[in-house]
Design a protein around this ligand. Structure first.
Ligand code: FAD
Length: 463
């Protein structure tokens, strides 16, 4: 979704008579159909790309195999270029397309446009993939300390004027009928130019405090680049080179390591294509998960009675985004305190996040559950009270998303059920009426989780 640093566009542009196309594949997505929030982003992102191409982007909906076959049959197509994707269903579909095109005598050229390091190229000495982040990251940095140089916007784009059927972006049916998305999307500026502006702003105004403040959700010291990265409005290489211009310090190392986690998620997905659906550590297959729709729905709606959890779940619903630390705390609450399978949480995030990303989302959930590669250990159960006291000490974030607790003294804000009745009255709160009582006792559920997870008998990492 960008013209800058786009290897396939750069190489394609060496030819004349280009036809830039986008195919919305609604046939091969299997289980992970693009989520509702992501569809909205995609709509605006396509609009922005089409503007950059002076309205000459051709969009299609359907099975890319058929669409490309038709295009090739009716036009003199000699070369097809694209940037690679790393999800299993896309790899399968891309391979089939390559075969079809080769049979038609068409040359196919594909490039890595979305990762710093090709997952195929970073292997242990015995040619097996890494399972531990630090080992992977060290090797990646050894192999290519500096990611490749950037591709400029092509000097000229000689776009052909074909008189063939051309859909409108509206025809893709990406926007929902209900208008919920309007307020969600009003928090964001979408497209390549906006991604660049955000990067510049982050590089020069926030980077120098990234390490200190990145964990505080009310401070907004992270880059908020995740949806732009996911949709390819900006490349990790552009981000890397922009940040690298600064003098390297601990903020930058920390930020690069977060980009490294993104790379590692893609690496894990590439080498474990079933990661979105299956535990990477198979001993979790027999874990006694709870099925509790009532609790799951309260978690989704942000009415669990635990303020930091509710604030975060409401942030997700209202803005299409959730701060990283909050993703960890809410996921831990669902998986460990409520013992609900990580797959349910993964699917909810998948539908609501504007940055919903198969690699990052599934690896994030498996990390929290403890079932992933290099995952959080079983005894790491985030305590929502201490986490909120530490990372939202004045309750700014909680008050922003839970206005019904706005007037409660900070001393009681993190656990209103312990507030004396006089304090609740002063703040106009009736527990169980204006704000829920906690759905579960935190101490009891902590102990229960410890016992259940211990029963898995943690051996060495088996993948
Ligand atoms: C349960 C769970 C689910 C998640 N689901 C997603 C998802 O669907 N899509 C997604 O992009 N991220 C996901 N993450 C990772 C992380 O929360 C987001 O990438 C981050 O919050 C995005 O905000 P930012 O761009 O301001 O991050 P910054 O702190 O500015 O980081 C810069 C970039 O590095 C990458 N990054 C940062 N942290 C992580 C991480 N822990 N793992 C992988 N990559 C990271 C992202 O691409 C991010 O844009 C998930 C994390 C958890 C714990």
């Amino acid at each position: 979704m960008r013209l800058n640093d786009n290897p396939s566009l750069f190489n394609a542009a060496k030819n004349s008579n280009l036809l830039p196309i986008y195919i919305y594949d609604n046939k091969n997505q299997e289980k992970f159909h693009i989520g509702n929030a992501s569809k909205v982003w995609l709509y605006y992102s396509l609009k922005s790309l089409n503007n950059s191409l002076a309205g000459k982007l051709h969009v299609y909906i359907g099975d890319p195999k058929k669409i490309l076959f038709e295009l090739i049959k009716t036009n003199e197509v000699k070369n097809v270029y694209w940037n690679e994707c790393y999800e299993l269903w896309r790899i399968n579909s891309d391979n089939q397309i390559k075969n079809i095109l080769h049979k038609q005598g068409v040359t196919v050229k594909t490039y890595n446009g979305s990762l710093l390091w090709d997952p195929k190229k970073i292997m242990k000495n015995n040619q097996t993939p890494y399972k531990i982040f630090t080992h992977y990251y060290r090797k990646a940095n050894q192999i290519s300390h500096n990611p490749r140089n950037l591709f400029p916007i092509p000097n000229k784009l000689d776009i052909v004027n074909l008189k063939i059927h051309k859909n409108n972006i509206e025809d893709l049916g990406l926007l929902p009928k209900s208008k919920w998305y309007k307020s969600v999307i009003s928090n964001w500026n979408i497209g390549e130019k906006e991604a660049q502006n955000k990067l510049t702003n982050f590089t020069y105004k926030k980077m120098n405090k990234y390490k200190m403040f990145r964990n505080y959700p009310s401070r907004q010291y992270t880059s908020l680049l995740s949806p732009h990265l996911h949709f390819g409005e900006i490349s990790p290489n552009q981000i890397w080179h922009s940040i690298k211009k600064l003098d390297i310090d601990e903020n930058i190392s920390q930020f690069f390591s977060q980009l490294g986690w993104r790379e590692f998620s893609y690496y894990l997905l590439f080498h474990n294509p079933y990661m979105p659906e299956k535990n990477i550590q198979t001993k979790f297959n027999s874990f006694p998960w709870n099925k509790n729709d009532k609790f799951f729905n309260k978690w989704k709606k942000g009415i669990t009675g635990i303020p930091i959890i509710d604030a975060a779940m409401r942030e997700l619903w209202k803005t299409g985004y959730m701060h990283n630390r909050m993703r960890m705390i809410t996921a831990s609450f669902l998986v460990k305190n409520l013992l609900i399978h990580w797959k349910h949480g993964e699917l909810w995030f998948w539908d609501c996040l504007l940055d919903a990303d198969l690699a990052n989302n599934s690896s994030g959930w498996q990390w929290v559950a403890g079932s992933g590669a290099d995952a959080s250990p079983y005894f790491r159960i985030f305590n929502p009270i201490t986490q909120s006291q530490k990372f939202d000490p004045q309750g700014i974030y909680i008050r922003k998303y839970i206005p019904e607790l706005k007037k409660l003294d900070t001393k009681y804000l993190f656990k209103p059920w312990e507030a004396p009745i006089t304090e609740l009255k002063k703040a106009n709160i009736i527990l169980g009426t204006t704000y829920p009582k906690p759905i579960i006792d935190l101490k009891y559920s902590y102990q229960r989780a410890m016992n259940s997870f211990k029963s898995l008998k943690y051996n060495s990492l088996k993948i």
